[in-house]
Design a binder for this molecule. Structure first.
Ligand code: CU
Length: 374
């Protein structure tokens, strides 16, 4: 197979406009037989093909790591034993300051105080900063982030709580926090309304009621909006119904991407919870027959849709989480940007089960992982 990006081509800035991911995929990665794709060449080749020239240079330097991502042996079509995960191909989570395995089940309930009225006050502090994140082995991305991680913390409360979110801008760029939910205009976190844009070194406090119950999100709303979101300024905001939901193994999956070439044409890498291919390397551990609840959010910039698909199973889907009855029993959902929904399911069989974008080109550029059911 031809190398879809010769060094000359990748290094020539004037070619950048024509250096689209889709052309690369069409001419390179996707032209390969599916078996080869899913076997050893996939993550490696995908990264090389898709990264920009600067990052490509770094990728070459990281060649010993590239391709070390675990590839399931069942993907070779032989139907043999479970995943074989080779060591050494991961990013430096410690240097990044976060690990998607921990982000998955990390819910931040804030600092709580009972008010005289009996209501619960929840308070958080979110600090934005600029940070180089190793998004794939050897590949650095200059991110803008909340509380040192991508995605930002998962803020969780119960409908009727009073919420107070102090925002401190520690980034070199102006930002805001815009919450989805019901709130006064002054608390909307957009330029020119209320506190408006929060400049470097400044802070503000957003205060509003927790409503409606459901699965929501927050993100920066400063222009250029696409860049402020794509750089990493987003997170999940869960408002639990007063009566709660049935006990379950709960987890959050924020779908997003990295436009490593900064051409705003698309993304070169796709992920859930910060790091492409992470749950290939560290499958999500699941107990057989236990109820699993996935809070699934799409913050993907530049691509009009994203999707989630699970192997060997079906789930009940609660769009936006604003109703207690599911609207669908399916194995695939499509989400546009800011769409989100709750997936509930049980795994009746043990073994490794893939989940990935059924926008399959995203899967091959990082948006895939495994549940490991025991
Ligand atoms: Cu911003």
């Amino acid at each position: 197979m031809e190398d879809p990006t010769s060094p000359e081509e990748a290094a020539e800035p004037s070619d950048r406009r024509g250096f689209s991911r889709r052309r690369l995929l069409a001419g390179g990665v996707l032209a390969a037989p599916a078996v080869a794709l899913l076997h050893e060449s996939l993550p490696h080749q995908g990264l090389h093909a898709a990264l920009g020239s600067d990052q490509r240079a770094t990728a070459e330097g990281a060649a010993p790591h590239a391709g070390a991502h675990g590839v399931p042996s069942h993907a070779n079509g032989l139907g043999t034993a479970g995943p074989t995960f080779r060591a050494g191909g991961t990013v430096d989570h410690e240097a990044n300051g976060f690990n998607p395995t921990e982000i998955l089940r990390d819910f931040d309930y804030g600092k709580t105080t009972r008010l005289a009225s009996g209501r619960l006050l929840r308070e958080w502090t979110l600090v934005s900063s600029d940070k180089e994140i190793e998004v794939a082995p050897g590949i650095s991305f200059p991110a803008w982030i909340y509380n040192g991680r991508i995605p930002g913390p998962t803020l969780r409360c119960t409908e009727g709580d009073l919420l107070r979110i102090r925002f401190v801008n520690g980034s070199a760029h102006p930002h805001t926090i815009h919450f989805h939910g019901l709130h006064p205009a002054a608390m909307d976190g957009i330029p020119g309304v209320g506190a408006g844009i929060i400049e470097t070194g400044e802070s503000t406090t957003y205060e509003f009621n927790a409503e409606p119950f459901g699965l929501h999100l927050y993100h920066c709303h400063t222009a250029p909006l696409a860049e402020h979101i794509a750089r990493g300024l987003y997170g999940t905001f869960i408002v639990d119904p007063k009566q709660g939901r049935p006990d379950a193994d709960e987890m959050v999956m924020v779908q997003h991407g990295y436009n490593t070439t900064f051409d705003a044409e698309g993304n070169q890498l796709y992920a859930v919870n910060g790091i492409p291919f992470h749950y290939m390397d560290e499958p999500i551990q699941i107990k057989r027959d236990e109820l699993v609840r996935i809070y699934l959010v799409n913050t993907l910039e530049f691509d009009p849709i994203n999707s989630f698909h699970i192997h060997g199973n079906f789930f009940n889907y609660f769009p936006t989480g604003t109703r207690l009855e599911p609207t669908e029993f399916t194995d695939t959902v499509i989400q546009g940007q800011a769409q989100r929904g709750i997936c509930e399911l049980r795994f009746p069989y043990e073994g490794p089960f893939m989940f990935h974008a059924h926008k399959t080109e995203f899967a091959e550029l990082g948006w895939m992982g495994f549940f490991k059911v025991r």
